[in-house]
Design a protein. Sequence first.
Length: 147
Amino acid sequence: MWHFFGMWLFAVNGTVWLAYNILSRHGRRTTLFRRNDAPGVLPMILYYLRIRREHPPAGKYNPLQKLAYTSIPAVALGSILTGMSIYWPVQFGAVARLFGGYDTARIWHFLFMGALVLFLGGHLVMVVIAGWSNFLSIITGWKRGSE
């Protein structure tokens, strides 16, 4: 039952987030990953892994953040569709076939959910690096001075 509670919480939250971003046009210029952002992904990964010491140039969001925020709705939709196809294989057999059949849909579901967990983990690491007031600003909408 916890699995389904989490699924509904996840699906409703994601739907509200996506609707807000579409209706408010939030981040259309700053958040969406574009082709010219691709060369900046590897330098950001190297920086976050502490292999590269200097922070690569970035705007409000760096290329790695843009890639994550642009791809996460597709990953979330994939996790929901594969979850439905493995829980209701008769009713959603056509969806399961899109993912290569029931057994392959289970693998895809595991990969999609793993990507979501990594996305969450990355956010938690960034919160620890950025400081507690950054975390509070996510909830309250405002941020205190630097820590």
